[in-house]
Design a protein around this ligand. Structure first.
Ligand code: ADP
Ligand code: ZN
Ligand code: MG
Length: 483
């Protein structure tokens, strides 16, 4: 592998979260009963005419702006002709020749290696096709196929990168960053498991140091970030093997088999000319006023990169914390809400990045939100600060319970009888008996082995079922042994 460099370009499809479809008023809700959200327009029945959804254009332009693209002031829509049962019109309306957005870039964080710029070739608007359900293990041995046209005509954007990506890891980070941005600007929910974000990966190898590209393959059916990464890792090895044997990589489309962990040749590459694209005569060209584009730009929210920088400058967080916290809008919002109530950004960040994230990850890989009210984390942190409970109790007992049934920390502390004992009169007796029961340890301590203090404090905690305030116990023992 050392002799080759990978060259990767991604093509990403994102379903826009408009309320209605691109050319008709059918709803776009996911999971509705099959074929209940279709009309003559999205089924392409003769005589029906499309009317462009303004929101779909807005969302595409916003995506382009967020990716630093140029926005075309004059564009139009093409018919991409091909026959397939999920495409009732026998053409897909797309933007082969005049994409709305071109020439952008996205900077992705590569940890210690700094950031990396990936060029965006284009973002164009097109329509989603229907969904085929094959009755059988695979399409080949299916006895019949069923078609659901609910999805046909949902607005879809295609984002195409330049071949700037150089490893499977970079591809995964790029995809995660892109998804984050698209979710920040709220133009799609980007749920890979529901198919609203899909990715095809193009990959070739070339000898290290070479400036010309090798022959690429295109991998389809990548349904998760992990799949993108694994498929590319596999394909890099496979192509290296082919090249080392002195053979040529075939330009082809390959299918990722998640179970087997391999890519399989599907078909040889089709040429663009195969689709006989031409401008759709039913749709008027789009002329976008510069002021309108400016308005779209003004409506963009703060993007992840800017927010990350603000977290560093404004809250004094380390770069790593800022990166993790802004990796989803929900998490960044949660952080800022908590800091409003508990003004210690680094402590809040630590809690979110360790205990809270661990819990969220255990639940579901694709949940974005933190299933806690910011106010309840504020309350928990205050309980620790006030010495009502210690950090361990907070982490081990209270926090898990908060996730479990949404009770307030104060209530949990009460129900479980967790209040720390910070009353010296209550602790004195326990401390005395612990010291009495461990004369050797006490001797060790007096002889200069300060480390044994931990043991003594531990014994007091044990006696009080973890409720004693450890810092106080420590001080009290020290005082006592001075005498
Ligand atoms: P095609 O001729 O297959 O349509 P395009 O030039 O439209 O190819 O590029 C499609 C995607 O493949 C883009 O994301 C692009 O960056 C990527 N790509 C193009 N050439 C290569 C290559 N030699 N190796 C890897 N990726 C490539
Ligand atoms: Zn319709
Ligand atoms: Mg192409």
């Amino acid at each position: 592998m050392h002799d080759f460099e990978a060259v990767i370009g991604l093509e990403i499809h994102v379903e826009l979260s408009t309320a209605s479809k691109i050319f008709c008023s059918c709803p776009t809700t996911f999971g509705a009963e099959v074929n209940t959200q279709c009309c003559p327009v999205c089924l392409g029945l003769p005589g029906s005419l499309p009317a462009m959804n303004r929101k779909a254009v807005e969302y595409t332009v916003k995506t382009g702006l967020a990716l630093n693209c140029r926005i075309a002031q004059h564009t139009w829509f093409d018919r991409k002709n091909y026959f397939y049962p999920d495409l009732p019109k026998a053409y897909q309306v797309s933007q082969q020749d005049a994409p709305l957005c071109t020439g952008g870039c996205l900077e992705i964080p590569m940890g210690e290696k700094g950031t990396k710029k990936v060029g965006i070739n284009r973002v164009h608007l097109e329509e989603e096709v229907g969904k085929s359900l094959h009755a059988g293990e695979t399409i080949i041995d299916a006895v019949y196929s069923l078609l659901d046209y609910n999805r046909a005509g949902i607005p879809l954007i295609e984002i195409v990168t330049e071949p700037d990506i150089r490893s499977a890891e970079e591809a995964q980070v790029f995809l995660e960053s892109l998804r984050n941005i698209v979710r920040y600007i709220e133009v799609s929910d980007c749920k890979m498991q529901e198919g609203s974000l899909r990715c095809d990966a193009n990959i070739s190898l070339r000898p290290k140091g070479s400036t010309v590209f090798g022959t690429k393959t295109e991998i389809k059916n990548l349904n998760s970030f992990r799949a993108v990464r694994r498929a590319l890792e596999y394909e890099i090895k496979r192509q290296a093997g082919v090249l080392k044997d002195g053979l040529a990589v075939e330009a082809e489309t390959r299918h990722w088999d998640e179970q087997k962990g391999i890519t399989i040749a599907m078909r040889s590459k089709e040429h663009a000319s195969y689709y006989r694209c031409f401008a759709d005569p039913n749709l008027v060209p789009l002329d976008l006023a510069a002021e309108w584009i400016g308005q779209m730009e003004a409506e963009l929210p703060e993007l992840p990169g800017a927010r990350r920088q603000r977290f560093i400058d404004g809250y004094g967080l380390p770069e790593y914390d800022a990166q993790v916290l802004t990796s989803s809008k929900e998490m960044a919002d949660f952080f800022e809400e908590v800091v409003k109530g508990y003004n210690d950004p680094k402590t809040v960040s630590n809690w979110i990045m360790t205990d809270i994230l661990r819990h969220v990850k255990d639940q579901d890989e694709e949940t974005e939100g933190i299933p806690l009210a910011p106010a309840s984390l504020v309350e928990l942190l205050q309980l620790i600060e006030q010495g009502t409970i210690n950090r361990n109790q907070a982490k081990e007992i209270v926090l898990p319970e908060m996730f479990e049934d949404g009770k307030s920390p104060r209530q949990i502390v009460k129900e479980k009888g967790l209040e720390q004992i910070s009353d010296t009169s209550q602790l004195e007796g326990v401390i005395a008996s612990v010291l009495e029961a461990n004369p050797d340890v006490v001797q060790d301590y007096l002889g200069g082995r300060e480390k044994v203090m931990g043991f003594l404090v531990g014994q007091v905690l044990k006696e009080t079922k973890g409720k004693a305030n450890p810092r106080l116990v420590n001080e009290m023992i020290r005082e006592k042994l001075k005498q």
